[in-house]
Ligand binder design. Structure first.
Ligand code: 5RP
Length: 234
């Protein structure tokens, strides 16, 4: 059986087939899409591919610069052709949980600005019902305790501020991440997304509903592209 790192690499590279000359490309965050960024850099160098990228995090910005990908500010372009990004989970309706890397706010903004969203994933990310992966919620530090208490009440589950060493994880937007340990029971992610977003103090939630057009999925015996029948690639 192939190791997870090889699967991530295979998915990340395979997704580059969607990237064509002249495209404006959203560059996701994480250990799978890292391989996409590296491969796009290789194609720019070796094949003269001409693209501009918009990174979804400071970490991806740094990697993209190292790989020689020309970058632009999101505010300076009128939409993007495609975003390629990772996910922590995807369900049969192509709804996603994202934010394991704490980049969900910029990832969602970039996905919203992109014509097409392609997710790169290994087989561990495919689930029947979302929620085994703790749901990341970006919250403002101003009301952190109140927001965690409110989330705890609304979601009826353990909600923790994500820590790194002795302090909280601080996102690229100077916010914090609350992880909601819901368990695999998010049967209606669309309603849950709206409900969580109603709470002042919540900046964004890592439920990406009706955004993903295809998943490039690497399993031990194959890499396949699963197209969302209700998406823009169908
Ligand atoms: C970052 C994300 C990542 O895309 C997600 O956590 C998947 O990462 P990886 O490919 O490392 O498993 O949402 O906020």
């Amino acid at each position: 059986m192939a190791d997870v790192e090889s699967l991530k690499r295979e998915a990340g590279i395979e997704a580059c087939k969607f990237v064509l000359d002249g495209m404006k490309v959203g560059l996701g965050t994480g250990s799978t899409v890292k391989h996409t960024v590296i491969e796009l850099g290789r194609r720019i160098r070796d094949e003269g591919l001409k693209i501009t990228g918009v990174p979804t995090s400071l970490a991806t910005e740094k990697l993209a610069i190292e790989c020689g990908i020309p970058l632009v500010e999101l505010s300076s372009v009128d939409g993007l052709d495609i975003v390629i990004d990772g996910a922590d989970e995807f369900d049969p309706d192509f709804h996603l949980v994202k934010g394991g890397g704490a980049a969900l706010l910029r990832e969602k903004i970039v996905a919203q600005e992109s014509d097409i969203m392609v997710v790169v994933a290994d087989e561990r990310k495919k689930v029947n019902v979302l929620g085994a992966f703790p749901l990341p919620i970006e919250i403002t530090p101003f009301s952190q305790s109140a927001t965690v208490r409110a989330l705890n009440r609304i979601l009826d589950c353990r909600v923790n501020i994500r820590m790194s060493g002795d302090g909280p994880v601080i996102t690229d937007n100077n916010n914090m991440i609350a992880d909601a340990h819901m368990g695999p029971k998010i049967e209606d992610p669309i309603s849950l997304e709206s409900e969580i977003l109603k709470l002042a103090g919540v900046v964004q939630v890592g439920l990406f509903t009706n955004m993903c057009d295809a998943v490039v999925l690497a399993s031990s015996n194959k890499v396949e592209t699963i197209v969302n029948p209700n998406g823009k690639l169908a």
